[in-house]
Structure formats: structure tokens, C-alpha cells
Design a protein around this ligand. Structure first.
Ligand code: E4P
Length: 220
């Protein structure tokens, strides 16, 4: 399973990269706004800075909602760096755009996916990645992980090669459950990635090893 970080914050991207486990980055317009990045030149410059930091796929989202606008943005975005992936919303015009971009060999990430039906359409259109938002589904008292499982089952039966990118991850447990449910990629905020490190028995065990070592050394 690949690990992407879901942020536009360069420091957090560097911290995840330093762990040696980072395969890529996803962003969205809300994450760019959170970093205070505004205006096309600054936004594109920021994508370039992210692409310079990581070798793997970097999802950059279009803000147009019409087919022509999405294609125009996609062609501008792919010129930024060879690892840019065009993130396109799961709407009718988006499916048309994903299909055209796939014909051109431009990688896409179909975002805002909340059902297996949407997942089938995106795969038929040729999406490279599919982003089901599991945390937002959980927020509505449905089961986000069950959706990952259902899409993984459908894709396996039908032989679709679109990669399932579990998005809207809220905690470390979501990462483990996504892995079990068949996600090919998880995109996570940094605290969820770091949350995988935590176990109280690790801390207790390490403290005991170090104190036993110190005691033995002081007696020697
Ligand atoms: C995915 O690519 C999205 O950027 C992201 O995972 C959405 O997460 P949120 O529901 O925490 O905003």
C-alpha cells in the first residue's frame, strides 16, 4: 500500500518524507487556502515547490466545473512537473474530462467519491486514482471503510485497474482498516501517519530496557 500525505504544508511534507515512507501528496483547494496560497501564479508555484520535494504523484485539483475549463487547467497543471496528477471532481463534466485526459495519457485522481456507482463510472472513464472520502462518510453515520471494501470487491471482480486511494482519513485506525479493506493508497494528514507509531507498551517497554541498562552499567 502506498502512503500519500494530504496537505499543502511544505514542512509537514518534509517531515513525512524524512520518515522514508512517503510515496506522494494530495492537495485540494481548501488545503491550499489553509496555507494562505492564493492567485494562480502563487498556487502553481506552490505545486512546483511540492513537486520538487517529492518524486511520487502530486495531486493538483482543478477549480473549473465545466469540461473545457477542466481540460484547460489540466494542460496548464501538467506543465508544472512530470509528477503532477490532475484531481477532478466526480461530476458529469468531470467524468468527460477524466476520459479525455486518460486518452491523452495524463494521470487523474477522481475526487469527492461517496458511492460504488461513482467508483464504477470513474474506472470506466479511465481514472488513475479514485478518492473515496471515508472520514466524511463516517461523519454522516455511514461506514466509510465499508465503501472501500465494496469498491475493492467490484474492481477485483471487474478487473478495473484504477487505484483506490482512501481519502479523508481521520486517524491511524482508518489507515489500518483501509489497508485491510483493499485500498491501494492512503492519503493522510501528518498526525494520522505519526499516530501509527504510538503504543503505550512500546513506551513502557523502551523505558524498562533503558533503565535496566543504566542499572547494570552503574553496578559494573
Ligand atoms: C483527498 O484527497 C482530500 O484532499 C482529503 O482527504 C479530504 O479530507 P477531509 O475530509 O479531512 O477534508
Amino acid at each position: 500500500m502506498q502512503f500519500f500525505i494530504d496537505t499543502a504544508n511544505l514542512k509537514q511534507i518534509e517531515e513525512a518524507k524524512d520518515l522514508g515512507i512517503l510515496d506522494g501528496v494530495t492537495t485540494n483547494p481548501s488545503l491550499m487556502a489553509k496555507e494562505g496560497i492564493t492567485g494562480q501564479d502563487r498556487i502553481y508555484g506552490h505545486y512546483k515547490a511540492i513537486c520538487d520535494l517529492v518524486d511520487g504523484p502530486v495531486s493538483a485539483e482543478v477549480i473549473s466545473t465545466d469540461y473545457e475549463g477542466m481540460l484547460r487547467e489540466a494542460h496548464q497543471l501538467v506543465d508544472i512537473a512530470p509528477n503532477i496528477v490532475i484531481k477532478i471532481p466526480m461530476i458529469k463534466e468531470g467524468i468527460k474530462a477524466i476520459h479525455s485526459l486518460s486518452q491523452e495519457g495524463i494521470p487523474t485522481n477522481c475526487t469527492l467519491v461517496f458511492s460504488a456507482g461513482q467508483a464504477i463510472l470513474a474506472a470506466k472513464a479511465g481514472a488513475t486514482f479514485l478518492s473515496p472520502f471515508i472520514g466524511r462518510i463516517d461523519d454522516t453515520n455511514w461506514d466509510g471503510i465499508a465503501l472501500i471494501r465494496e469498491i475493492a470487491e467490484v474492481y477485483a471482480i471487474q478487473g478495473f485497474d484504477t487505484l483506490i486511494l482512501a481519502a479523508s482519513i481521520r486517524n491511524a485506525r482508518h489507515i489500518v482498516e483501509s489497508a485491510k479493506a483493499g485500498a491501494d493508497v492512503v492519503t493522510c494528514p501528518l498526525p494520522s501517519i505519526l499516530g501509527l507509531l504510538n503504543h503505550p507498551l512500546t513506551d513502557i517497554g523502551l523505558a524498562k530496557f533503558l533503565s535496566d541498562h543504566q542499572k547494570a552499567e552503574s553496578k559494573a
